[in-house]
Design a binder for this molecule. Structure first.
Ligand code: ATP
Length: 750
């Protein structure tokens, strides 16, 4: 080992952290100063201060994120260029702002991930720098220019040493970033253009999630202006998964991303209920869109023929009959507006017709001459009708204003436009919203539209009040100017040249200037806005989404800038669509790209062989992704009279002081397992950082553990509707060891 090489690198790292500390101190001081500044009291002053605080806080978060593994690589080019690569770009405090360390996302850093001996990309040497805290622990050099005879003493025999060490490391219950070891096939996906739809398919452990998250970080770096304003949405299958991946982007210095499950995408609704698999499948099916559209039309009623609505009125009864309502409904529907927005057309049409009706009755000439009433009289009659609350009550029964929540709750009590069996599966009186209801609420919101005319009118009234107030302020200023300037003009003729507020601004603009600006981040605003259009959407475990959930997501992405990652072989959701063509066809036809990841970084070959056998039972030609490593540890498979006790014994034997163990079992076994495993965390959102957790196969999706015990695989396989897929998921979660426990009497251990 060349100690000099090591010392030099350590010195560089030490200096780099000193610079990081300086930058951090500066950012902290800037935030502190801004917060202490008393502010001018003006909104403009407050806004500037808030923007500064937000900017510096963001910078501080990024600098704090860089603390661990700040610099992890170095590129030495044949032409003498020499760059350190890190989580963040950091520059010297010199007039040229010389880069000290280059951000991994910069173009110049690319050879770190792509260069090979065959295609060295101008590199003479690539170095991986491993650190613990601020101390360099290892250097791994790869010589890419074979003509270069210089040796540092850190040349690696095995180019994948750093990757394998990272794959072998004990798990923590939280996903970590992979910036130090991104592989070439992954790099190509991470940096591919952000326009259009990109589908990333790959078997278990091929790094789909890792790639998706690094892609988000890359896009925010490469298109910061655009994406920071519109925000990036990352959709994951469940809250435990989002917790598992939640640290990766902050560790890369990115905080402006919204992570959500599809069930969280209707602001104001928390979906805490559960559906039967059958109900979830029906609610997720594309047929629901037509059923809901038809159900909304059903709410646009007309009286039965010969059974008109009669509304008592001062000037005589008003009669809303079949003809009148039908014609008004036709006109309203002709607008092609959503239900609530078309409603005023219906209402005004009926009001006009009623005014005519009354005029005909009151002003009719018994001798057949023209109506006695003039336009002004008829207008007066119309006004009287429009002021009659009973008229509105009648109109409400015909074309009610509806909220998505009221409409859907009502629809679910008596579902229509569905086959009887489907309707029976989703029929429900009250109860909490379920995840499968959320896309239906969104669909309903689209069909109904929001009649915000009342809100807009209130806002306009508020604005007028502000203008009046501002006018008052300007008048006072003008009045005082008269005296002030008259005095001054006496003494100083130039004083009349001085401009004052009223010279350059009118009341309306003055009022607007004093409106409160919205200071929330784009991600925060997006979370609260159902109609937000995201700059880019990344969907993990995309095969899980139902047709209705896709409709919701596509509405959030009018530009169709999306990255979808998934594996149809792991589909578990009852309504999961699976095939990409079926999912995407309706939205982008065939304008989408598909890339495949083919190397399994998680599951050792020994475990993958067991998992692949399960799939081959239904798909004999099945080929799993090749594992990048084997551990020499064979999975075990036991049959037990008491599988719960066996699981408890196995947990005691298998658990390690560091690392994480998961017991994955069908939900029916959970009560007994909870009792037998008092230490294991469990429930809807288990704490994955605990040494032992108990999960059902659906919860295990996307996660990984050092050791996995699968209890009752046949029970999992028998679960509806994608039992084989669920078992496949369960068997592919381990990075080191797998044990399978079968209750006696189930199929024999293989
Ligand atoms: N280039 C890499 N360097 C280091 N670790 C990697 C790399 N690529 C993937 N990994 C690791 O492999 C494991 C599996 O990755 P990931 O969870 O992204 O796979 P996946 O394809 O989403 O799997 P699944 O579909 O089974 O959920 C993770 O621990 C991840 O950190």
């Amino acid at each position: 080992m060349s100690t000099e090489e090591f010392r030099n690198e350590q010195q560089f790292i030490t200096d780099l952290y000193t610079r990081l500390d300086d930058l951090r101190d500066q950012a902290e001081a800037a935030v502190d100063r801004a917060l202490r500044t008393p502010g001018t009291g003006s909104n403009q002053g407050r806004l500037e201060r808030d923007v500064l605080v937000a900017e510096q806080s963001g910078l501080l978060a990024a600098l704090n994120a860089g603390e661990s593994g700040l610099c992890f690589g170095r590129l030495v080019f044949r032409d003498g260029r020499d760059h350190h690569i890190g989580r963040l770009g950091i520059r010297e405090d010199d007039p040229n702002r010389t880069p000290l360390v280059v951000d991994w996302r910069a173009e110049v850093a690319r050879p770190f991930y792509l260069a090979t001996g065959y295609e060295p990309m101008g590199l003479s040497r690539r170095r991986h720098i491993s650190t613990t805290g601020r101390t360099v622990t290892a250097l791994h050099d790869e010589v890419l220019d074979l003509a270069d005879a210089t040796r540092t003493g850190h040349e690696s025999r095995d180019a994948d040493e750093v990757l394998l060490a990272s794959l072998d490391a004990a798990r923590t219950g939280r996903m970590h970033d992979i910036v130090q070891t991104i592989q070439a096939e992954q790099d190509a996906i991470i940096r591919s253009p952000h326009r259009g739809v990109l589908v990333v398919e790959g078997g278990p452990g091929t790094g789909k999630t890792a790639v998706a998250l690094h892609r988000a970080a890359y896009l925010l770096y490469a298109h910061r202006e655009q994406l920071a304003r519109r925000a990036v949405l990352i959709v994951g299958p469940n809250p435990a998964f989002l917790g598992y991946i939640g640290n990766v982007l902050p560790s890369l210095g990115e905080t402006g991303v919204l992570l959500a499950t599809p069930a969280e995408l209707f602001p104001g609704v928390r979906a805490t209920g559960t559906d039967t698999p059958r109900a979830a499948a029906v609610k997720g099916s594309a047929a629901m869109a037509d059923a809901l559209a038809a159900a909304v039309r059903d709410r646009q009623r007309v009286p039965e023929r010969g059974e008109p609505l009669v509304v008592p009125h001062d000037d005589g009864d008003l009669v809303i009959d079949w003809d009148m309502a039908l014609e008004a409904r036709h006109k309203a529907r002709e607008t092609a507006l959503p239900h609530n927005l078309a409603r005023p057309y219906f209402v005004f049409r009926v009001l006009d017709a009623l005014a005519e009706q009354l005029a005909d009755r009151i002003g009719a000439d018994p001798y057949g001459g023209p109506n006695f009433l003039g336009p002004d009289d008829i207008a007066l009659l119309a006004k009287g009708i429009a002021a009659n609350p009973e008229v509105y009550a009648a109109l409400d029964t015909l074309w009610p204003a509806l909220t998505p929540q009221d409409f859907l709750a009502d629809y679910l009590t008596e579902p229509t436009h569905l086959p009887d069996a489907d309707a029976a599966a989703i029929r429900r009186e009250g109860g909490a919203w379920t995840p499968a209801d959320v896309p239906l609420l969104d669909e309903a919101a689209e069909l109904l539209g929001q009649d915000d005319s009342a809100a807009l009118a209130a806002e306009e009234a508020e604005r007028q009040k502000r203008i009046q107030y501002a006018q008052g302020v300007l008048d006072v200023s003008y009045a005082s100017r008269t005296y002030e300037f008259e005095d001054k003009e006496e003494q100083d003729k130039d004083a009349s040249e001085v401009l004052s507020a009223h010279d350059i601004i009118d009341a309306e603009r003055f009022a607007e200037r004093h409106e409160e600006a919205d200071h929330r981040t784009a991600a925060e605003r997006a979370a609260a806005d159902r109609t937000w259009a995201f700059g880019h959407i990344i969907v993990d475990e995309a095969q899980e989404l139902s047709a209705m959930a896709w409709r919701l997501l596509m509405r959030r992405s009018p530009t169709r800038s999306m990255t979808l990652v998934g594996d149809p072989a792991q589909t578990g959701d009852p309504a999961g669509v699976g095939a990409w063509r079926d999912i995407l066809g309706p939205y982008v036809e065939d304008r989408w790209d598909l890339v495949r990841l083919g190397v399994n970084y998680r599951t050792p070959a020994e475990i993958m062989a067991v998992a692949a056998d399960v799939r081959r039972e239904t798909d004999p030609g099945f080929e799993p992704p090749g594992s990048v490593r084997s551990t020499g540890v064979e999975p075990w498979d036991r049959t037990a009279e008491d599988p719960v006790k066996e699981a408890a014994d196995a947990v005691a034997a298998e658990r390690r002081p560091d690392g994480r163990l998961a017991v994955i079992a069908p939900p029916e076994l959970h009560p007994a397992l909870v009792a037998a495993l008092p230490d294991a965390d469990h429930g809807p959102a288990p704490d994955l950082t605990r040494p032992v957790v108990l999960l059902d196969p659906r919860q295990a999706k996307g996660l990984e553990f050092d050791t996995v015990l699968v209890v009752d695989p046949d029970g999992i396989r028998a679960g509806a509707p994608h039992g084989v897929n669920d078992l496949y998921v369960a068997l592919t979660r381990a990075t080191q060891r797998l044990g399978v426990i079968r209750p006696a009497g189930s199929s024999a251990a293989s």
